[in-house]
Design a binder for this molecule. Structure first.
Ligand code: A4P
Ligand code: MG
Length: 182
């Protein structure tokens, strides 16, 4: 039997999810369940679904977005590889930048890591300027402090001037089983 002190340390990953192709809600739901089932991972929180106007490239369908948090014993790089695998698994076809996609998984935060290489930048550079990220983020973690800006998610949303339309649908893509969430 493992004692607590033999467990690898847990990290908290915050992920922005988006879809604007196919059965958007089913894709988000299945991807969330899959991420939570991967070894070392446990789903901790999940925002409502948000129907959002496309940002950056207007001539495409509206997105469904949400933000989830996963506790993980994986390190940053290993966790990011799982996200990339999830994008492939759920049918993401890489096309034009900011263009339509069945599933986009953006690693918004990983604890308070500040990191950048050719593949990965954390916090995600778009966090502070995107309403489709900040609204669901504030639902699950309004007090989360952006490690390089030093401001809470709720403050970033309060200061946001970006005004694309974001409609909360009032229901999450998955219902958390509270009995397994500490
Ligand atoms: N990458 C670096 N850091 C990260 C990170 N923290 N999380 C790299 C995820 N990926 C990261 O991403 C391009 C590269 O970013 C990858 O190779 C990865 O290694 P991509 O997903 O291939 O390309 P992309 O998504 O088309 O471009 P980009 O600039 O990442 O776009 P975003 O930021 O993902 O935005 N409007 C609404 N309403 N809702 C949306 O969800 N999404 C986008 C895409 C545009 N407009 C949107 C939405
Ligand atoms: Mg992306």
């Amino acid at each position: 039997m493992n004692s607590a002190k033999n467990q690898p340390p847990l990290h908290l990953a915050t992920i922005g999810m988006g879809s604007n192709l196919g059965d958007r809600e089913a894709t988000l739901r299945e991807a969330i369940l899959w991420l939570g089932e991967q070894s070392g991972n446990r789903l901790r929180s999940c925002s409502s679904l948000y129907e959002t106007e496309p940002f950056g490239k207007a001539d495409q369908g509206w997105f469904l977005n949400c933000v989830i948090q996963i506790e993980t014993s994986r390190e940053l790089q290993g966790f990011f590889r799982v996200l990339q695998e999830g994008e492939v698994r759920f049918g993401r076809v890489r096309g034009e930048r900011w263009g339509p996609r069945t599933l986009d998984l953006d690693l918004l935060f990983f604890d308070d890591a500040v990191y950048s290489d050719a593949e990965l930048t954390v916090p995600h550079p778009g966090v502070a300027v995107r309403r489709f990220v900040l609204e669901p983020l504030c639902e699950v973690a309004p007090d989360l402090v952006h490690p390089s800006l030093g401001q809470r998610a709720s403050s970033l949303l309060g200061q946001l001037t970006e005004s694309s339309r974001v409609v909360c649908l009032g229901r999450p893509p998955v219902v958390l089983n509270r009995s397994v969430i500490i």
